[in-house]
Design a protein around this ligand. Sequence first.
Ligand SMILES: C[S@@+](CC[C@H](N)C(=O)[O-])C[C@H]1O[C@@H](n2cnc3c(N)ncnc32)[C@H](O)[C@@H]1O
Length: 204
Amino acid sequence: MSTSADPILVPTDYFRELTPQEIFADGERPLELDLGSGDGTFLVEMAALHPERNFLGVERLLGRVEKTAKRIRQRGLKNVRVLRLETTYTVAWLLPANLASRIHLLCPDPWPKKKHHGRRLLNDPEFLAGLHKVLRDGGEFLVKTDDHHYYEHVLEVMAGQARFQRLDWPEGAFPYPKTDFEVQWLALSKSVERARWRKLPPVV
Ligand SMILES: C[S@@+](CC[C@H](N)C(=O)[O-])C[C@H]1O[C@@H](n2cnc3c(N)ncnc32)[C@H](O)[C@@H]1O
């Protein structure tokens, strides 16, 4: 296992759930997940803004993971790490239940062609089960996308999740740095839509 001081998290065992302390030594602090964290622009800015919280990025491309790690080292941040792994596997199998206070899914691949819709994260029951498991009660799931059809798809899927309640997200409601892809889309005059949900406690 890499130590908590190493920005890249390398589990010693990929076939059992990690404990919060294996992710960050001070694993009792609130933790936020950035799924498909790209080059780490958003992840690192969030970690700098919130030194009282921990942040874990999940990204499958090695070059982007290395770029993120470089940013983390340059900023001297100890509350942010990145894991090179596939998102669905990570939330469904590697991360423990009730770990995250917020889960960010920002500018994910929209897979616009109909024949590729099966690849969309929210079309995968395993991903949805992992999302439910890893997010704490009262925690939030936040999504941004430049693709309007994908946005509608996310709203439709989330409307079917009984334990998730949609929340307003007005511009500037809370500090939320722009992501690398978002900056690129905005420079091309594309609009970026956003939505967020709160996970409700179980009905007893
Ligand atoms: C369009 S980019 C957005 C990156 C970043 N969130 C941003 O907004 O700048 C999508 C990122 O998700 C990563 N990605 C896509 N599918 C993934 C998966 N199943 N598991 C892990 N990473 C994934 C890609 O490698 C890519 O870096």
